[in-house]
Write a protein that binds this ligand. Structure first.
Ligand SMILES: Nc1ncnc2c1ncn2[C@@H]1O[C@H](COP(=O)(O)OP(=O)(O)OP(=O)(O)O)[C@@H](O)[C@H]1O
Ligand SMILES: [Mg+2]
Length: 140
């Protein structure tokens, strides 16, 4: 039913929970591919060199660490596993990957690293649910 599953993670507990559910689902569904994505904020140009390079390295490094954590949590799956590191607004990046990779299911947490207590659905989840080209599984 779902051949190309896209999991979006940000290093939060919510995303970890979503990761476990997505992996379980993939074990049952045996999709063709399972893709994990992390988006990081663009680095402002005004930083100038060499600060800009340092900021890029740090931000990419953190995002890579988030990807690796998710990969470890997912473990073995009966399909190809891909990872992607994206620069830019998280929701736009997730939607773009879902389009270009022809994902047929996006899995994500209801909340993320944001600190606004009481929010039911974070802004990334809201935007993805509103604009995704495929079904979205919001894990809470
Ligand atoms: N930078 C990101 N890269 C990939 N996935 C993300 C990213 N940020 C959030 N997500 C996904 O979206 C889910 C919900 O996070 P979201 O950002 O919507 O909530 P929040 O951080 O609590 O709120 P907000 O960001 O609006 O303050 C996360 O659990 C994760 O699955
Ligand atoms: Mg967030």
């Amino acid at each position: 039913m779902f051949e190309r599953i896209l999991l979006a993670v940000d290093g939060s507990e919510h995303a970890l929970h979503a990761t476990r559910k997505a992996a379980e689902l993939a074990r049952l569904m045996k999709p063709r591919e399972f893709r994990i994505v992390v988006a990081y904020d663009p680095i402002p140009l005004y930083l100038g060199e060499p600060n800009m390079q340092i900021a890029i390295t740090n931000r990419k490094g953190e995002a890579e660490e988030v990807l690796n954590m998710a990969l470890r949590e997912v473990g073995e799956l009966p399909c190809e596993i891909h990872t992607e590191l994206l620069e830019g607004d998280s929701a736009s990046a997730i939607i773009e990957v879902a389009n270009t990779r022809k994902s047929d299911l996006i899995v994500m947490g209801s909340r993320g690293l944001g600190r606004l207590a009481g929010l039911l659905l974070g802004s990334t989840s809201q935007k993805v649910v509103a604009h995704a080209p495929c079904p979205v599984l919001i894990v809470r």
